[in-house]
Design a protein around this ligand. Structure first.
Ligand code: SF4
Length: 361
């Protein structure tokens, strides 16, 4: 497993100032430019003085380099504004996180060496934002059930807050769901630029979840994201009541991926202590606990993107879990899973007695 310095667990004030992502290349497809929301994004992006191309057709080209690493570099620096295809209007279920997937974008500008998107999205990992968002939102109404709660997950294929300064799509979504009775929007992020969200009328129908990890894991593996301390400050701001200058949102913590690094109990205890100190007021808080796992396909993709990663992709301490479609993934062996689960459930219950653990996986 990874060799990680124990002392780093105790230092929480070392976050570097975080800069919002600015793509090196922005491409609008012809159809995206016809959409009023696409034009709004165009205005925002030109206000940042970013170079903008408008394609003559609906294809985004020029994303491939001479090898996988160059393709990765080019694609991760490219923001494409496109229309989501008609197939994206048919929402798919996403248990256990929510009832339905809801996509306002695909791809993410960060560089997490375990990224969940590797192997899920085909082709070069460019960031695609959907200019026909109003239609996508409208379409979600078909999935509502009279008088019954229904939830939509906005982070299946992106980190929506990472793009918010360029698109405004998350604010649009929060406002939209606030007006739909019984609907709930959920998203998770490793970013901290929450200011535009604080004043929105969300009607407590959006849950802001913060993705956290032991600081040493985040520093080593989560390139291009906000630091852990900064994320926790953002979580506090989002959870604080509006009367105290916060956003008054229901909030959550997604601990992922949980990795049994050397002295993992010390590292994760430091993290839980830090969160507990920041959330020192009454709040509606949930936890989702996700251990590190990978498929053979995602491992190949990640090793081609990050050949020098210190993340352990070996099959030591792993067992194979098969799904009903014949796919397989590597998860930690049963004894280790049990030990970690006991620790996390116990420590969370002790520090956050009112919080709900939604699932362990
Ligand atoms: Fe992938 Fe999430 Fe990291 Fe983005 S923030 S690179 S989506 S794991």
């Amino acid at each position: 497993m990874d060799k990680i310095d124990r002392s780093a667990a105790l230092h929480h004030d070392t976050d570097k100032p975080f800069k919002l992502w600015m793509p090196k290349r922005v491409v609008f497809t012809a159809d995206a430019m016809k959409e009023p929301y696409g034009q709004q994004i165009h205005e925002r992006i030109t206000s940042y003085n970013l170079p903008v191309e408008v394609a003559k057709n609906n294809r985004v080209t020029g994303l491939r380099g001479k090898d996988d690493r160059e393709t990765y570099r080019i694609a991760k620096n490219t923001l494409a504004i496109v229309n989501a295809p008609p197939s994206a209007m048919n929402l798919r279920p996403i248990p256990p996180s929510a009832d339905w997937q809801y996509h306002l974008a695909e791809g993410c500008p960060a560089h997490c060496q375990y990224c969940y998107l590797a192997g899920s999205l085909p082709g070069p990992p460019a960031i695609r934002v959907f200019a026909n968002l109003p239609q996508i939102l409208e379409r979600t109404k078909r999935y509502q059930r009279l008088g019954q709660p229904v939830s939509y997950e906005a982070s299946c294929y992106t980190d929506p807050l990472s793009l918010e300064h360029l698109t405004g799509g998350l604010c649009e979504s929060i406002r939209f769901f606030a007006e739909q009775p019984f609907t709930h929007l959920r998203f998770v992020t490793k970013f901290d630029n929450v200011e535009p969200l604080l004043q929105l009328a969300h009607n407590r129908q959006t849950r802001f979840r913060c993705s956290l990890n032991a600081e040493v894991v985040a520093k080593r593996l989560e390139g291009g994201t906000s630091g852990i301390t900064t994320r926790i400050h953002a979580l506090r701001k989002m959870a604080l009541p509006k009367t105290q200058g916060g956003g008054g949102y229901p909030v959550g913590i997604v601990l992922a991926p949980i990795i049994p690094i050397p002295e993992w109990v010390i590292h994760y205890s430091a993290l839980l202590d830090q969160v507990s100190a920041a959330l020192n007021f009454e709040t509606d808080l949930t936890f989702e606990l996700i251990t590190h796992r990978f498929t053979p396909g995602s491992r190949d993709t990640l090793l081609s993107w990050y050949p020098n990663t210190s993340l352990d992709f070996s099959e030591d301490l792993r067992s194979i879990k098969r799904n009903k479609f014949g796919g397989q993934k590597y998860v930690f062996v049963k004894e280790l899973m049990k030990e970690m689960r006991l620790y996390f459930e116990g420590e969370i219950a002790r520090r956050f007695p009112k919080a709900k653990i939604l699932y362990w996986t």
